[in-house]
Design a protein around this ligand. Structure first.
Ligand code: PLP
Length: 388
């Protein structure tokens, strides 16, 4: 009954573990969950107020498929101000989250036989979407020894005549690594003379703790033309449930194609979200963003120190995002079994590295309060001691 296409999809392990942890919690178990990729803060008031005003003003009807011009102009202004990128509103389309933007991008560009290069560890959704669209995933393995970043040599070796897209995530989920400007320039040089598209997922841009964030498209004219910039507000202003993301591209034909696809599938994103998103983009929420960023830095520093004190575990300090990607190779070679046992025995939920394509690690989100982080890590320490 089901298509081959839909049968290629696997369930997200991240969501599965988060749901299991929620179920156990509902049964009254003292579960500490570090599995979700979601800020624990509320959406800033200034954004909520913009949404409430939209409802009260009757701004609740269909809009243009790609979003109201005022919103796309706010995105263009943000890209200019924060990223030094010049896009016009017709080079931008808003969608139901960055996940939807990626779905649109891959649907519009990938067909059977096309290869998509994805550095591992990766965000779980990329390979699934590529497979769904009939493409083949080409992974580039990285490790904590290179701060989980690919080198120009690795990229060059992965490219074939079938390569269609290179996916880059900076800052990264699950590792928090950030590519420097020079590193992006070096990767861009490898792509020169090819038709390869760079899908640059910049979801965690505002959660940069160390180093400077640089947009892929900003490093050269060549990179600007080949890069599709993907971003949204889920992580920066805690708007995960509002469903807002966008794609910006130099190529207006690509934007038109995704607009056509969206017009026949989901139409415009929620009208109220569009008004709220303007307040998330135009600087009104900057103080809230900074408050959250500083809080994440405190948690990251403490969690990083506590994990590295555990005999058998080690972790690279993440430059951004809100995850620690912890090396467990001295303790276990099976991250799924490790994570299941940790949940069973110590009631701590983390995501196994294998879900992100990298065995020998687990991902722990620090988007939760410091007390939970302290207790959770002390339980992890007990568990590791018992494993050895
Ligand atoms: N990109 C990355 C790297 C993510 O980690 C996530 C969410 O976990 C997304 C995109 C999806 O974000 P959205 O909520 O906008 O669909």
């Amino acid at each position: 009954m089901l298509t081959d296409r839909v049968n290629t999809l696997s369930e997200s392990i991240t969501i599965a573990i988060t749901t299991l942890a929620q179920e156990l919690k509902a049964q009254g178990k003292d579960i500490l969950s570090f599995s979700a990729g979601e800020p624990d803060f509320n959406t800033p008031k200034v954004i909520n107020d913009a949404a409430i005003a939209a409802i009260n003003e009757g701004f609740t009807k269909y809009t243009a498929v790609d979003g109201i011009v005022e919103l796309r102009q706010a995105i263009a202004n943000k890209l200019k101000k924060d990223n030094n990128l010049t896009y016009a509103p017709n080079q931008i389309i808003t969608s139901n989250g960055a996940k939807h933007s990626l779905f649109n991008l891959f649907s519009a560009t990938i067909q059977k036989g096309d290869e998509v290069i994805i550095p591992a560890p990766y965000w779980v959704t990329y390979p699934e979407l590529v497979k769904y669209c009939g493409g083949d995933v080409v992974e580039i393995e990285t490790s904590d020894e290179t701060s989980f970043k690919i080198t120009p040599e690795q990229l060059s070796a992965a490219i074939t005549s079938k390569t269609k897209i290179l996916v880059l995530t900076t800052p990264s989920n699950p590792t928090g690594s950030i590519y420097s400007k020079d590193e992006l320039i070096a990767l861009g040089k490898v792509l020169e003379g090819t038709d390869i598209i760079v899908a640059s997922d910049e979801m965690y841009e505002k959660l940069t703790f160390d180093g400077t964030f640089t947009s892929c498209a900003a490093v050269s004219e060549d990179m600007f033309k080949r890069t599709v910039t993907i971003n949204g507000l889920s992580k920066s202003v805690a708007m995960t449930g509002w469903r807002f993301g966008y794609m910006a591209a130099h190529d207006t034909e690509l934007i038109k194609a995704t607009k056509k696809l969206q017009s026949q599938s989901t139409s415009n994103i929620n009208t109220i979200t569009q008004k709220a998103a303007i307040a998330g983009l135009d600087g009104s929420a900057d103080a809230d963003i900074e408050m959250m960023r500083l809080e994440f830095i405190k948690r990251r520093d403490e969690a990083y120190e506590l994990i590295n004190k555990i005999d058998g575990l080690s972790v690279v300090k993440p430059d951004g995002a809100f995850y620690l990607f912890v090396n467990i190779k001295e303790v276990s070679s099976d991250s799924l079994a490790f994570s299941k046992d940790l949940l069973d025995k110590k009631l701590v939920a983390v995501v196994p590295g294998i879900a992100f394509g990298s065995e020998g690690y687990f991902r722990m989100s620090f988007a939760t309060d410091i007390g939970t982080i302290r207790t959770g890590i002390s339980r992890i320490a007990e568990f590791v001691k018992e494993c050895r």
